[in-house]
Ligand binder design. Sequence first.
Ligand SMILES: Nc1nc2c(ncn2[C@@H]2O[C@@H]3COP(=O)(O)O[C@H]4[C@@H](O)[C@H](n5cnc6c(=O)[nH]c(N)nc65)O[C@@H]4COP(=O)(O)O[C@H]3[C@H]2O)c(=O)[nH]1
Length: 770
Amino acid sequence: MNKPPVRADKRRAPTPAGIVLLYALFAAIWIWSSDRVLGFLFSNAADFESASTLKGMFFIAVTSLLLYLLIRRWQASLQQALAVSTHYRERLERVLRGSSDGWWDWNFESGEAFYSPRCWEMLGYAPDEMPSDTRLWHRLMHPDDVAAAKRGFQDAMANATQGFSIEVRLRHKDGHYVPVLSRYMVQRNADGAAILVSGTNTDLTERNRAEERLRQAAAVFETTREGVIVTDGERRIAMVNPAFTTITGYAEDEVKGRRPDFLRSGRHDNDFYRQMWSSVGTAGHWQGEIWNRRKNGEIYPQLLSISEVRNDAGTVTNYVGVFADISRLRASETQLDFLAHHDALTHLPNRLLLVSHMEHGLRAAQRDGARVALMMLDLDRFKDINDSLGHSAGDALLKQVAGRLSGRLRGMDTVARLGGDEFAILLTQIAHPEDAALVANDIIASLGQPWTLPNGVEVRTGTSIGISIYPDHGTTTHDLLQHADAALYRAKQEGRGCFRYFTQNLTYAARERIDLEARLHRAVEQDELRVYFQPQVDIATGRIVGAEALVRWLDPKEGLIPPSRFIPVAESTGLIADVGEWVLRHTCLQGKKWIDAGLPPLTLAVNISPRQFLRSDIGDTVARILQETGFPPTCLELELTESALMEREQDVVTLLNRLRDIGVRLAIDDFGTGYSSLTYLKRFPLDVLKIDKGFIDGIPHRKDDGAIAAAIVAMGQTLGFKVLAEGVEHEGQLAFLQSTGCNMYQGFLRSPPVPADTFRELLVHAHAPV
Ligand SMILES: Nc1nc2c(ncn2[C@@H]2O[C@@H]3COP(=O)(O)O[C@H]4[C@@H](O)[C@H](n5cnc6c(=O)[nH]c(N)nc65)O[C@@H]4COP(=O)(O)O[C@H]3[C@H]2O)c(=O)[nH]1
């Protein structure tokens, strides 16, 4: 910074009047006193004259020297004052230039006006382009600002104010208006009259722009739907916007000064946050989805971006977090996803989702060796209902149909609406192709029931169903859909209200099965079942020592139906429990009758199906029936299959022990066809081994069968079991069995299964050994 020039001589400079007075005084004294001295010294006139001339010359020399000194001193002080003034003027100019303000003054006495170059520069003019004219401003000023500017100026002039400032718009050279802050002061003379006005002009363009930007930023901050958190460099919340409060439920006062950690949901681990802040630290920002918690405890997803703010020195001064609550977005995405995969009316899966479920189901079935059924159905007379009652009635009906269909199925199955009145049902993991027919029949019955529409009108419709089975009718979704559709077409052609498989054979088989099931229910209720008895003969004595009870079904229309036809149906439908109990009760009743009639004591063997054995409480059932009928437990033998015993080994041991405790005998049926392991023979408390008919058939021609039968006999006896051979038809077989030491046999050689009365006769005739 330049220092102002220091004044060397601080004494006051003499005034011109002082100098003149000093000079006059000196000259008067000199003339008066020198003339007297010369008169005293020289009496001679010539000498006096010469001395006077010299004295005059001396006076001129002294006064000239004096004048010189005075002028030099005056000149020095003038230069000093000029230097000081120049210094201050330059300093002022520098300040004004630095402040980018222009300055000006108007001198009322001289009528001159001065404008600094900056005054013109801010309006786009070169300094010499404009005249120095005090009236120029009115021409450049925006017309709307002129009145206020005049008023302000007049006030200032009238001494209402010393200084004055006003914002006006001045026209730029290119035509636009520049906002300018004009500040000025009025200088007055001793009489108070204004002699000079000087002031500065500040270009407000940048300031206005910055203010505008701030205003806009503040408006965005206040009104944006995104939540904004501003923290200091220590991540303590400095301010939040209203949207933050709306989204989180926290008011600004509640969060100020806190770290935003309290908003965490607990869904992310510490690693997540570490990575997030490390990204902010390295890249300056982070953006991603994050789960946070509202004040009410609700966890919600937000899209968050965090940026750091650094000062000029590079220090982080703030972090700004901007987030959007995307829970609605997520919900709409879910909704969109739902709509893309579901039918809007019934909310059932659409074709797309059905196909996806099918693909999944087929893969699982392939892995597990199971079957999958695809059923397609449409409503009979739906078009009539729609046309006559209107679309809203049709829609209401479709919704109800969807409800009934869904209600009938297991959670793992899929009901889909393919469009119009067309629905599809996917049954996964079915055991038999015919199982689909049972469901189809139920659906036909269910959809055949009357429907009550919202307007109270009752309508009836029915359905036809086409069925295709994986892998029987196709292994791809495309084939199965096409084949189910073809089957549906045939079902409709063949009379509606029915189902059809893609192949005719399956349709027949399924229909028969369903028919059989319905009739079997009735058969149990209406006593159409019969128990036949097949004698079991002691090989050593030839005496009948027991009988196997075998169920028969005496159908009023079809006559006698063998168990091989209806036992599998009873097993797959669960009806076997009723059938089994019925056979057990009638066998015990019959046995008790024979005992009461004085016939020799017999062991009556009853078949227990694996399902009956494992599902119902067989121990209680047996005990109850023995109690009810009075048949001695020791005379009852239960025939179990190998497969039933192998299913749940530990439960089976408990169950067999319970039966043993009751006192009944236990036989293993069809021995040799299954696992036939020594281990389980030792573990299970059994009494009798029944050699499967398959081994007896080959005797005596097939050596292997004979050897197996002989081995079973030997093994059974070693373990302390009685051994009985099934299906003995020839003497040769009997002789062979006799040679092995087999204990008993049953078979057509002695008698087929016969009704109770016939068996009684057999017993009576066989009183004596044959
Ligand atoms: N070819 C030939 N066959 C002979 C001979 N001796 C006996 N059979 C037949 O062999 C089957 C023996 O019954 P199973 O092995 O227990 O096999 C039975 C049994 O598994 C099942 N069953 C029969 N009645 C019942 C019952 O009340 N409950 C259960 N759960 N299953 C039963 O049905 C199967 C078939 O029974 P059925 O048709 O009565 O057939 C009976 C019987 O008629 C013979 O010398 N030659």
